[in-house]
Design a protein around this ligand. Structure first.
Ligand SMILES: Nc1nc2c(ncn2[C@@H]2O[C@H](COP(=O)(O)OP(=O)(O)OP(=O)(O)O)[C@@H](O)[C@H]2O)c(=O)[nH]1
Ligand SMILES: [Mg+2]
Length: 294
């Protein structure tokens, strides 16, 4: 009962504010990966170390201005316990975007994301922006193990980005939600269709080379190693890499909604934060197959 009241009042708050465009983002994943923490960092800029499992779901609202337009984000925090999955359909209908959360210190937590994605696809019948968010990058983790898990997961093919963040330190959290909000306001029903993306440059598609944009700038810990990995791969795939310094070329960065560096746009996929060669190679190969059928 109480949840229904919360639900209707939250939606009312979002829709009653004049012409505010309201969008529903669901946050899904295993218990304990940090879904609630990510959302609370985003909405209240706070972090709690004690774990309280989310029972059912909670909805949080935050308003942001994108290209001078106010957008209300209804962020649905869905409890990861197995018991809640059976009611998932109810929570997932009318979703506009999804964040699948996994934990870098327990990379196997990516496994359940395919089931959540299947449930989501049953509840919606259109393509929406989806990303995988690896949380807890403040902890120790092994990027090679994460890469193996990403490569073996089927969900990676159905997402538009892989991002790395920490609810504890706040690293990348606001930027990731802004990125999704921007996706929601600039991309329509044809979301995910390559020609809709602004990654076409230097006639890259006509030449059958994969267009890649690499966004870097000052104070970027992972930029050099990630760029080196990318250039290694480019010797084996026809790729056109355009490097953009976000400080020097603010327009291009803003056109593509870039807030965190490094960010790499490979075809239709966006990767934010540290990444290793295996992940990049897999995404490049997926994109190459998808775009060119080769
Ligand atoms: N070190 C670290 N701990 C985190 C981070 N994010 C969350 N945690 C901790 O991980 C535990 C679980 O976080 P929650 O946000 O409650 O996890 P959840 O995914 O919402 O879990 P369910 O509600 O059961 O589905 C808590 O003890 C958090 O303090 C992070 O970025 N770094
Ligand atoms: Mg929770």
């Amino acid at each position: 009962m109480i949840r229904n009241i919360v639900l209707s009042s939250e939606i009312a708050v979002c829709t009653l504010l004049g012409s505010v465009d309201c969008r529903k983002i669901v946050v899904l994943g295993n218990p304990n990966v940090g879904k609630t923490s990510i959302i609370q960092r985003y909405v209240h800029n706070q972090f709690k170390t004690k774990y309280y499992a989310t029972l059912g779901f909670n909805i949080y609202t935050r308003y942001i201005d994108i290209s001078e337009k106010r957008v209300g984000l209804s962020v649905w925090d869905i409890g990861g316990q197995e018991a809640f999955k059976q009611f998932a359909f109810r929570y997932l209908i009318e979703t506009d975007a999804a964040i699948f959360v996994a934990d870098v210190s327990r990379p196997e937590t990516i496994e359940s994301l395919s089931t959540w994605n299947d449930k989501l696809n049953q509840a919606i019948n259109r393509k929406i922006p989806k990303i995988i968010l690896f949380n807890k990058i403040d902890l120790n983790y092994d990027m090679n193990v994460i890469a193996d898990e990403v490569i073996n997961s089927s969900v990676r093919k159905d997402v538009n980005g892989i991002v790395f963040a920490s609810a504890k330190t706040g690293q990348n959290v606001v930027d990731i939600f802004s990125m999704i909000a921007k996706m929601l306001t600039t991309w329509n029903e044809e979301f995910g269709v390559p020609k809709k993306r602004k990654v076409l440059f230097n006639n890259a598609f006509e030449e059958k080379t994969l267009p890649v944009m690499f966004f870097s700038g000052p104070n970027c810990d992972f930029c050099d190693p990630v760029f080196d990995r990318l250039t290694n791969i480019s010797s084996q795939y026809p790729m056109t890499i355009k490097v953009v310094d976000v400080e020097a070329d603010k327009n291009t960065a803003s056109e593509h909604g870039i807030l965190s560096i490094p960010t790499i746009i490979i075809g239709t996929k966006t990767i934010v934060g540290e990444s290793n060669e295996q992940i990049l190679r897999t995404i490049v190969s997926d994109e190459y197959t998808q775009l060119f059928g080769i």
